[in-house]
Design a protein around this ligand. Structure first.
Ligand code: GLC
Ligand code: MG
Length: 576
């Protein structure tokens, strides 16, 4: 028996030691344009990122993923790439990039780049050559003659497909005398993934950047990779409208995207990229090159991004199910249900990790969606659930959305809307410059202009202040990240979670380690809770960290039977 126990201990210890660098890691999304401007032009850049890598290390992040840094006319702020092998000049040079990688290695932060496979810029050489009918490139994109309207005799787009940014997804090209498909902006033509040359071309892009020492990719807009094939009359089928909820025929939500999204071939492509990442690692004896995938899709499909049982796919299929379902009206039971939903459905095994996301550059900021007073509560939730956490830059400070007037709006998705409703679509408010300190323009730039306005609250909400304050959003965040390194927090199979009225309560415990209990009050009123009624061994606890407006202090020792969970407050305690 004794032997068995020590064997088990050895095995668990080995498992811990063997955790790969990305497992239970914390990923930080940098929006480079808004992070730190090193040269005073009001636009963030790579040298700015390099300057701040130590900050990421100090907070405790594992890796940073950068929104696109490649050459781009910036119609969609870098998601329209005109040269996949060049750094966008406003952001720096290839040398700056190499410098950043070197510094990241010194500091101990992994760098992950955004891979945008679905489309290029219309200013990309590939597209220009495709327009000209160059034999190599003519089928790199989705071209079609369109159809003749029988009543008017006029030519019209091949199908009713819509752009995610509104209006037809087809654009007429005068030179080629055909329509091309663009599921996003007109300046973002879709690549043709049914052409093997395109598949190979994009794999070469991946190999190029992997060889430069990055640790993986965040893959953009995965559901859009493939469209249905032409039918036997050479036509693309129209998509059916939704039955309710989106009457505006130009709005993307008006159609059910059954022919342009989530085609079966998409998953195969993701699995091929996984194979590429794994072969790269094997051939070069490198660290694991990971894939994080962006897909707003059904829950079932999100699971398929992990793999299909035979082949593996994404290491981190962004958990947008959680982001979509947990909102300011969510009750404790909803939160618990959504946590369990992912944990129960995801594939099991040592290579599969859950992940939790509550924000990115495409959504309103967490503190604005839930209220600043609940920012700590949500950060505590994200950082204490098992698996990987993904944090959008600024959420660690509880930065909020900045109102951007119609005149100042630059996001193409909002520009396609109108002065009355653009704010519902605009992603600019979540993309304003990062707030470093109280100097002019928040220490984002030494220049006088910034590409988007700096939030007005920067003098009281910035890194420097929050680093100096004994209790701040950032201090709480730092404690949470440190805590994640504890064995009890690294074990992804030990979550015991429930809802008690408005409170979500869970424990994390692994043998020979500390037992943590997390108490989150999603309601507005205080609620007394006897922790020992749920976790019987827990009689006395010490507060590890708690929301700014908490009734408790870090380090305070409390009788666990008489815990008072203040409204909208989250607390992490350790059993003593
Ligand atoms: C992804 C990006 C978004 C971009 C779109 C088109 O959804 O996150 O910012 O606009 O793809 O590339
Ligand atoms: Mg700059």
């Amino acid at each position: 028996m004794k032997l068995l126990i020590s064997l088990v201990l050895v095995i668990t210890a080995t498992l811990r030691v063997n955790a790969d660098w990305w497992q239970s890691g914390n990923f930080y999304q940098i929006y480079p344009r808004s992070f730190r401007d090193s040269d005073g032009d009001g636009i963030g850049d790579l040298n700015g990122v390099t300057e701040k890598l130590q900050y990421l290390k100090d907070v405790g992040f594992t890796a940073a993923w950068l929104s696109p840094i490649f050459k781009s006319p910036m119609a969609d702020f870098g998601y329209d790439i005109s040269d996949f092998y060049k750094i966008h000049p406003e952001y720096g040079t290839l040398e700056d990039f190499e410098n950043m990688i070197k510094k990241a290695k010194e500091v101990g932060i992994k760098i992950i780049l955004d891979f945008v496979p679905n489309h290029t810029s219309d200013e990309n050489e590939w597209f220009k050559k495709s327009v000209d009918g160059d034999p190599k490139y003519k089928d790199y994109y989705i071209w079609h003659n369109g159809v003749i309207d029988p009543t008017t005799g006029q030519r019209k787009p091949p199908s009713n497909w819509l752009s995610a940014f509104r209006y037809s997804a087809w654009e007429w090209n005068d030179v080629r005398q055909q329509y091309y498909l663009h599921q996003f902006a007109i300046k973002q033509p879709d690549l043709n993934y049914r052409n093997p040359a395109v598949v190979e071309e994009m794999k070469n892009v991946m190999r190029f950047w992997l060889a430069k020492g990055i640790s993986g990719f965040r893959i953009d807009a995965c559901p859009f990779l493939f469209e249905v094939e032409l039918d036997r009359n050479g036509l693309y089928a129209d998509e059916p409208p939704v039955t309710s909820g989106c009457p505006d025929p130009d709005d993307y939500c008006h159609l059910q995207h059954i022919y342009t999204n989530d085609r079966p071939e998409t998953f195969d492509m993701i699995y091929q990229w996984r194979e590429l990442a794994e072969s790269f690692k094997k051939e070069n004896g490198s660290d694991t090159k990971i894939l994080l995938t962006e897909a707003y899709t059904s829950f079932e499909n999100m699971m398929k991004f992990y793999g299909d049982g035979t082949r593996k796919g994404s290491y981190v299929p962004f958990n947008f199910d959680f982001m979509g379902n947990v909102n300011k009206d969510s009750k404790a039971v909803d939160v618990v249900q959504n946590v369990n939903k992912w944990l129960n459905a995801m594939p099991k095994g040592k290579d599969f990790y859950p992940n939790w996301v509550l924000g990115n550059h495409d959504n309103k900021r967490l503190a604005s969606r839930f209220g600043v007073e609940r920012a700590d509560l949500l950060n505590i939730l994200l950082q204490t659930l098992p698996g990987n956490a993904v944090t959008y830059n600024g959420e660690e400070l509880a930065m909020t959305d900045v109102f951007i007037s119609w005149d100042q709006t630059v996001d193409p998705q909002a520009c396609n809307a109108n002065p009355n409703n653009f704010n519902d679509y605009s992603r600019d408010p979540a993309r304003t410059p990062f707030q470093w300190d109280a100097s002019p323009n928040a220490g984002f730039t030494e220049g006088s202009e910034t590409w988007l306005p700096v939030a007005q609250d920067y003098k009281t909400k910035n890194v420097l202040m929050q680093e100096r304050a004994p209790h701040s959003h950032l201090q709480i965040f730092k404690k949470l990240i440190r805590l994640r390194k504890e064995p009890s927090m690294q074990d992804i199979n030990n979550l015991s979670i429930k809802a008690v009225d408005n409170v979500v309560i869970y424990s994390r415990y692994t043998q020979n380690s500390d037992r943590y209990v997390i108490i989150l009050n999603f309601g507005k009123t205080d609620q007394s809770i006897d922790i020992s009624a749920h976790f019987p061994t827990v009689r006395r606890v010490e507060v590890i960290t708690t929301s700014i407006q908490s009734n408790y202090n870090d380090g305070e020792v409390i009788d666990a039977t008489k815990f008072v969970a203040k409204g909208q407050v989250g607390t992490v305690v350790v059993q003593i």
